[in-house]
Design a protein around this ligand. Structure first.
Ligand code: ATP
Ligand code: MG
Length: 467
């Protein structure tokens, strides 16, 4: 992928050549002033300084460049520069290349600038199972789940068990099996945790008139309504034990009776059940019937949690997919076309207790917070309690932890975040020297999220902000 605008600063023709490999339009500036003028006019994604410039030149440039600029700054430094290379970063360069031998690294830098584009979606999908179900994921774990879905769907396997933590896509998997197997038939879902035993029983089996006090008319149960389709029993581990016995009978004999009824009704539907608990442990704890468990556990579809190392590679795909398909703010989502590498890395470090659903929510939130055409690190707010930092009450009234040490750590981390990890700027903001900042970062073990900078915020045109 090419960058749109690149500026080179200096007189080195090799650097100009290099820039031409990566930029659709390359502008050459002789000196800092010309560079500043061009930056304002063409808003480049990348500015490369040749090795004629020293750290104080770079500082002059970064100080003068507008905060709205999101250019990535790369300094080419003398091969022999050794230790002083760090000074270029401190001065505000995002990267340095130590002479010609490092030119190839620009490739990686350009990939970082480009981030992950939502236009690359064809590589995101493990499969388009049926018109209405898209399963995203390319990891081994995702492909395995998909394989099981297809095997189960192609068979007459009934019941079907789907296991996975909350938010891993159990209902999606159930719908996928259903759509492949009997798309024209009904899919009815019932949450076993949401009802009392009696209510759940009459929901599933129906009841005859007068079977209990409030049964003033006959009711058709969901199993009957599902016809030859699917009854999806969500959170089956929460089903009361005596109802589990009745369900077992339906599974074994394919027959049931309405509550209070005598007539045997045929069950033609596929029973699918999901659980976010480990059912064999539930059996051990005597909360789940062993016989029902063994009936269900024929060919389970297991969905791995997002935090599992095998699924890390799916996270960028999910992020791009949710960015593309989010309905939270369609005008805006359509204009945000990518996500920066640093933002993706932050997502990959998170442990995702709420799995794919939580990731989807974080991307929705990022779309709302983001002001540029790229989701950057600042818009990835993984912990919503962070919003409280900004509310006055939490500052003035509800301080529960008076640890000065902790407050200092938070303030330093915040300053680093605000300045996109530019330590000189952060030190200025905090009113301390750079050396002190280094010492404190070490003392508090503050994790520097990226030695590289993330993008600086760029305003979106006003019309995108309306909705
Ligand atoms: N592989 C996937 N591809 C695309 N979207 C997915 C995938 N897995 C999950 N999702 C999305 O994540 C969200 C949660 O999925 P779903 O409701 O199926 O999870 P669940 O396991 O049933 O959760 P719970 O246990 O909380 O009921 C949905 O919006 C779903 O579309
Ligand atoms: Mg569910």
């Amino acid at each position: 992928m090419m960058l749109k605008n690149v500026i080179t600063v200096g007189k080195d023709s090799q650097v100009l050549q290099l820039a031409r490999q990566y930029g659709l339009e390359v502008f050459a500036a002789d000196d800092i002033n010309e560079a500043l003028y061009l930056v304002k006019r063409v808003n480049p994604e990348l500015v490369i300084f040749d090795n004629r410039f020293n750290p104080s030149d770079i500082r002059k440039f970064t100080n003068a460049v507008s905060k709205d600029s999101n250019s990535c700054i790369v300094s080419v430094v003398n091969e022999a520069a050794g230790n002083i290379s760090q000074a270029f970063l401190d001065a505000g360069a995002n990267y340095y290349l130590q002479g010609e031998k490092d030119y190839h690294k620009l490739n990686e830098i350009v990939n970082k600038i480009n981030g992950i584009s939502v236009d690359d979606t064809d590589v995101f999908f493990a499969d388009n199972l049926a018109a209405s179900v898209t399963m995203v994921g390319k990891s081994k774990a995702a492909l395995h789940a998909l394989k099981m879905i297809k095997i189960v769907a192609a068979s007459q396997c009934n019941p079907v068990l789907i296991i996975g933590e909350t938010g891993t896509g159990k209902e999606l998997a159930a719908r996928a099996v259903h759509n492949l197997r009997s798309p024209s038939q009904p899919f009815v879902a019932v949450n076993c945790a949401a009802m009392t035993a009696n209510l759940l029983e009459s929901e599933l089996f129906g009841h005859v008139r007068g079977s209990f006090t409030s049964a003033d008319r006959e009711k058709t149960g969901l199993i009957e309504l599902a016809a030859s389709g699917t009854v999806f029993l969500d959170e089956i581990s929460e089903m009361p034990l005596d109802l589990q016995a009745k369900l077992l009978r339906v599974i074994q004999e394919k027959k049931f009776r309405k509550v209070g009824g005598t007539e045997e009704i045929q069950c033609k539907a596929t029973i699918m059940a999901s659980s976010n608990r480990n059912l064999s442990l539930e059996v051990q704890a005597k909360r789940f019937r062993a016989d029902l468990y063994y009936r269900l556990d024929i060919c389970p579809v297991t969905l791995a949690p997002l935090r599992s190392p095998h699924r890390k590679q799916d996270i960028p795909l999910f992020a791009a997919y949710f960015l593309k398909t989010s309905e939270i703010c369609p005008q805006k989502a359509g204009k945000i076309t990518s996500i920066t590498k640093l933002a993706v890395e932050a997502l990959q470090r998170h442990d995702w207790a709420g799995n794919v659903r939580q990731l989807k929510n974080i991307i929705d939130r990022a779309i709302l917070l983001e002001n540029t055409d790229k989701i950057g690190l600042d818009s990835i707010v993984l912990d919503s309690s962070k919003f409280e930092e900004f509310s006055e009450t939490s500052q003035t009234e509800t301080i529960k932890d008076f640890s000065l040490e902790k407050a200092e750590k938070q303030l330093i981390a915040r300053a680093l975040q605000e300045t996109h990890w530019q330590k000189t700027k952060a030190a200025d903001l905090l009113g301390i020297s750079r050396a002190t900042l280094y010492a404190k970062v070490k003392q508090h073990s503050i994790e520097i999220v990226g030695e590289e900078n993330d993008e600086v915020v760029q305003q979106l045109p006003q019309e995108c902000m309306k909705s």
